[in-house]
Design a protein around this ligand. Sequence first.
Ligand code: ADE
Length: 227
Amino acid sequence: MSFQAQILTLYPDMFPGPLGQSIAGRALDEGKWGLSTVQIRDFATDKHRTVDDTPAGGGAGMVMMCEPLANAIDELQKEHGQYDEIIFVTPDGKRFEQKDANTLSLKKSILIICGHYKGIDQRIRDLYVTKEISIGDYVLSGGELAAAVIIDAIGRIIPGVLNDETSALTDSFQDNLLAPPVYSRPAEFRGLEVPPVLLTGDPKKVDAWRQEQALERTKTRRPDLLK
Ligand code: ADE
């Protein structure tokens, strides 16, 4: 198996969720990549299986404690060996981009820690975490959806996952350009025609048109990508 993702979470039932569907889901069923979850609560040390505590210094909210997370990661590394990356998904992490998905798709094993409440004790970040990733400037109620987004983006570009091997290369962002518009049949729909160049059967002309459209879209919608 080329890529293995393990998720440390308080809500394992959220997986595989959307990752069990579509392209990534089919590849998961076929064993082309692997996904497993681990319940953080199973590594709590008291009889109430407590995983959170009040913040040092006071204030609102709760913080996910060191011990359950550290125990879980230690145990997993004993079982599986070192992970290539231990990722914490958090709104204060580095913004996730296509190039990060590309890089991560080349790894063999990653562990993603999903936080809840006010976050996880900083010492877990200091001791274990190798990458901190945000999926955007908004706050989700927990890291699970962020983990699913990241894994979906990775899963679809793992070699052998897409049927059309070249397809991922023409996605938006792969060359810092948005993807050009796409059309299918019929040639005319409610008065709107497929651009005639796409019906010429001339791959050179088609490529040139797509390149020009990609550039035009990027200029108007995401000029920041061209800098
Ligand atoms: N957890 C909560 N919000 C998040 C975000 N925007 N990105 C990653 N993890 C998160």
